[in-house]
Design a protein around this ligand. Structure first.
Ligand code: NDP
Length: 300
């Protein structure tokens, strides 16, 4: 079977068009959405993400602000920066980029966010609403995974409202920003969801779970952790992983996912590539949430 390769760039372009088209009421109400990012230190990937968001925000006509904090910042000083952004009327959405240094606890700093500006749903109020199936904001990466899945299902002539009913959706990775919210989104679609993590691999049980997956979403940050040998014929496989690896032949660094693309594609019904898969959709989704946040604020 030759897998259908899902084109994340095309889906991102389509989502962007929808976002731009639905922006009108906000502009007419005299509201300009604004995104603020908070970057602590100089992590290369976080800096690259920040630059992409800045460009996209500016292209969409949003206000954009970035706070770059020293890696040795005291936690209380980082909280003060969030407090300032919470109070800034030009800012409708705030993104705290990861990784954070040890002295700044994710759990603590997320609680300082104004929940109405928490566009990645990391504040306990928003994470809780998502778990209850009543999301205020759906975090960008898992939202993009399901946007991609729903669109693929629809384009292949099936109904995304019923397609997932009772299917085995197996997740690899249970982080608060990707794996756990993906679990809630899968349950909301009536899938039977299995959450695998590092201890699943340590126990040697990953292949057992992979082999029964109808839909597979891999977000472990381990290049090639899932190979064709351990997936079912006809699986729909979504790769969230972004890993920089050195090509042994050329010595150059390249970006790969968590799926062993060739071997999984040989058995899959559909597969998302890295790069060009979930990543580009994620950026647009974050701006979409920022515009939603501006809409909430303006009570539109
Ligand atoms: P985290 O490091 O926060 O979480 C990784 C998860 O994978 C953990 O739950 C961990 O298990 C699990 N894991 C690690 N090793 C294994 C293993 N050998 N077997 C099974 N599970 C394992 O990462 P994130 O969730 O933030 O990101 C995951 C990947 O997705 C990364 O490559 C990241 O770059 C990428 N990413 C991509 C985005 C995009 O837009 N496309 C956005 C965000 C992330 P445990 O909990 O037991 O430690």
């Amino acid at each position: 079977m030759a897998a259908h390769v899902i084109d994340g760039e095309a889906l991102a372009a389509e989502l962007r068009e929808n976002v731009e088209a639905s922006f009108g009421d906000v502009v007419e109400a005299g509201v300009r959405p604004g995104l603020a990012t908070v970057l602590v230190g100089d992590d290369y990937s976080a800096q690259a993400y920040e630059r992409r968001l800045r460009r996209l925000a500016e292209e969409l006509g949003c206000h954009y602000a970035s706070e770059v904090l020293a890696p040795d910042i005291e936690e209380a000083d980082a909280f003060a920066v969030i407090g300032k952004l919470n109070a800034d009327p030009r800012v409708s959405g705030i993104l705290i980029l990861r990784p954070l240094p040890k002295q700044v606890s994710e759990g603590h700093i997320y609680r300082t966010l104004d929940p109405l500006k928490d566009v990645e749903a990391v504040h306990p109020d928003n994470a809780g609403l998502l778990a209850l199936g009543q999301p205020r904001f759906v975090p960008s990466t898992p939202a993009s995974v399901f946007f991609m899945l729903d669109r693929y299902v629809e384009d292949s002539g099936r109904d995304p409202k019923t397609f997932y009913n009772g299917l085995d959706l197996v997740l690899v990775g249970r982080s608060n920003n990707v794996g756990k919210p993906a679990l809630w989104l899968g349950l909301a679609r009536n899938a039977t969801v299995v959450s695998c993590h590092a201890y699943t691999s340590q126990a040697g049980r990953l292949p057992d779970h992979m082999l029964r997956a109808d839909i597979l979403v891999v977000a472990a940050g381990v290049p090639g952790i899932v190979t064709g040998e351990i997936v079912k014929e006809g699986v729909i496989a979504i790769d969230v992983g972004i890993n920089a690896v050195k090509d042994e032949e050329t010595g150059k660094t390249r970006i790969v996912g968590d799926l062993d693309f060739e071997s999984v594609a040989a058995k899959a019904e559909a597969i998302s590539p890295v790069p060009g898969g979930v990543g580009p959709i994620t950026d647009v989704w974050l701006l979409r949430n920022t515009i939603e946040a501006a809409r909430y604020r303006a009570r539109l």
